[in-house]
Design a protein around this ligand. Structure first.
Ligand code: SF4
Length: 395
C-alpha cells in the first residue's frame, strides 16, 4: 500500500506526519501549482468548484508516482463537497485507475460510526506499529497541524508590525521547507517549536498600526495559498496585517464539538442575526467571522470563494447588510482556473489604499462599542511585554 492525500495547506504536513508515525509508505503531493490545476481541470466537470479540480490534479500526480490509496475527508453535503469522493472515484475509474482505493473519513451521522471505524481500520491495519504508537502518531499529527496553523497566524499578523520588511515571510518559508526535510514527527515538532521562539525575537514596532484585514470565505480556498493566489503573502508584502479564523485546527475542533452543539459558539452567535440556519460549506462561518472582524476593530475583510460556490454566494449576498450596519468594508475575490493574478493585485492594492485613507481620516465612524472585544493587533501589543511574549509563544 502506498498512501497519498490532497495538498490542502498545512493539512498535508499533518497527513505526512501521520504516515511517518504509522510507518506507512506515502507519496507527498507536490506543492499545488499551475500544472496540478491544469491537469485537474482537464478531467473534472467544467462547472465543479476549484478545490475539486486541484485535488484531482493532486491525485493524478501521486498515482503516477505509484500511490494506490488516497486518504480523504468527506461529508454528505449539502454543497458539492458531498459529491466529491463519488465523482473523484468515477473519474479515476474512467481514466483506468480502478485499482486505486479512496478511503474517505466521513464523520457525518448518516454514514455511522461503524462504517467510519471500518474505513479507518483499512489504513491502521496496514501499520506495523502497536496501538500506543498509533495513538501517538495521531496526537503528533494534530500537534504539527496546530503548530503550523499557529505559526502562520503569527506570521500573517506580525508582518504588518515587523521592522525589517520580509522577516516573517522568510521565517514562514523556512519552517515550511524544513518540515519536508524532517524524518520523524518528533523532529518536526521540535523544529516548529524552535520557530515559535524565533518569531518571539522578530523586531516589531507597535506604533506602525498597519491596515488589518480579516480573511473570510470558503475553507479550502482560504487555507490553500495557491488557490487564493497567495493573497496572505501579498498582504505581507504590502505591509498589512491579516488574520483568519478558519484553519484545519479550527475545523477539527468544530467537528468534535458539533455533536454536542458547542462548536464555534462565538461565530454562531455573531452570525445568528443575518443567517440563522446553516447553508452548507462554511457560509454561516463567513458571516459570523465578518461580524466579529467588524466588532474587533479590523479595517476590512476579504471574502474568497471559488466560482459557483453555493454557500459563499449566499454569504456574499448578505455581506452588504453587515457593511451597512457596521460601516465595515469588504472585498470579494472569486477564484477559478482562469483567474488572472494581475487583476487581483490591482484590486488588492486599491482596496488597501482605500482602507488606509479611511484609517487616516480617523476610521469609518463605526458606532458600536469595541471595548468588550479584544481589539485586532492585541496579540502583538501583548508581545510588547517580554513576560507575556513568553507566555504567548513558549508554552
Ligand atoms: S463549500 Fe463551495 S467550494 Fe467548497 S465544496 Fe462546497 S460548493 Fe464547492
Amino acid at each position: 500500500m502506498l498512501v497519498t492525500f490532497p495538498n490542502m495547506g498545512n493539512v498535508a504536513f499533518a497527513a505526512r506526519a501521520l504516515c511517518q508515525g504509522l510507518k506507512i509508505p506515502y507519496v507527498m503531493p507536490e506543492k499545488n501549482n499551475k500544472d496540478t490545476l491544469r491537469r485537474g481541470s482537464f478531467y473534472a466537470p467544467e462547472e465543479i468548484c476549484l478545490p475539486f479540480k486541484v485535488m484531482l490534479g493532486n491525485f493524478l500526480e501521486c498515482i503516477e508516482k505509484g500511490a494506490d490509496t488516497i486518504l480523504f475527508v468527506g461529508s454528505c453535503g449539502p454543497c458539492r463537497f458531498g459529491e466529491y469522493c463519488e465523482l473523484h472515484m468515477k473519474i479515476l475509474r474512467r481514466l483506468g485507475y480502478g485499482n486505486v482505493n479512496i478511503v474517505v473519513a466521513d464523520f457525518s451521522p448518516e454514514i455511522g460510526i461503524d462504517a467510519l471505524r471500518h474505513r479507518i481500520a483499512a489504513i491502521s491495519d496496514k501499520s506495523p506499529v502497536g496501538k500506543l504508537e498509533k495513538l501517538k502518531a495521531v496526537k503528533n499529527a494534530m500537534i504539527i497541524e496546530a503548530l503550523c496553523d499557529r505559526l502562520d497566524r503569527i506570521a500573517y499578523e506580525m508582518a504588518g508590525y515587523e521592522v525589517n520588511r520580509g522577516t516573517c515571510k522568510r521565517l514562514m518559508y523556512e519552517y515550511k521547507a524544513k518540515i519536508l526535510e524532517s524524518k520523524e514527527p518528533d523532529e518536526t515538532i521540535a523544529m516548529l517549536r524552535g520557530y515559535l521562539r524565533k518569531f518571539g525575537e522578530v523586531k516589531t514596532d507597535l506604533s506602525l498600526d498597519p491596515v488589518k484585514i480579516a480573511i473570510i470565505g470558503e475553507i479550502y480556498t482560504v487555507i490553500d495559498p495557491f488557490s487564493n493566489l497567495y493573497i496572505e503573502e501579498k498582504l505581507m508584502d504590502l505591509g498589512a496585517s491579516s488574520s483568519r479564523m478558519l484553519t484545519p485546527t479550527w475545523w477539527v475542533k468544530d467537528l468534535v464539538m458539533k455533536p454536542v452543539k458547542l462548536n464555534s459558539p462565538n461565530i454562531n452567535r455573531a452570525a445568528r442575526k443575518y443567517m440563522p440556519f446553516p447553508v452548507g460549506g462554511h457560509g454561516k462561518e463567513c458571516i459570523g467571522e465578518a461580524v466579529l472582524a467588524a466588532k474587533k476593530g479590523m479595517d476590512g475583510a476579504i471574502q474568497i470563494l471559488p466560482l459557483g460556490c453555493m454557500p459563499e454566494v449566499i454569504s456574499k449576498a448578505i455581506l452588504p447588510s453587515i457593511r451597512r450596519d457596521y460601516s465595515f468594508p469588504f472585498m470579494t475575490l472569486i477564484v477559478d482556473e482562469v483567474t488572472g493574478e494581475a487583476g487581483i493585485n490591482t484590486r488588492l492594492e486599491a482596496f488597501l489604499d482605500m482602507l488606509g485613507s479611511i484609517k487616516k481620516r480617523g476610521g469609518s465612524g463605526r458606532k458600536h462599542n469595541l471595548t468588550k472585544m479584544e481589539p485586532a493587533g492585541s496579540l502583538l501589543r501583548r508581545c510588547a511585554n517580554e513576560a507575556d511574549r513568553k507566555e504567548l509563544f513558549f508554552e
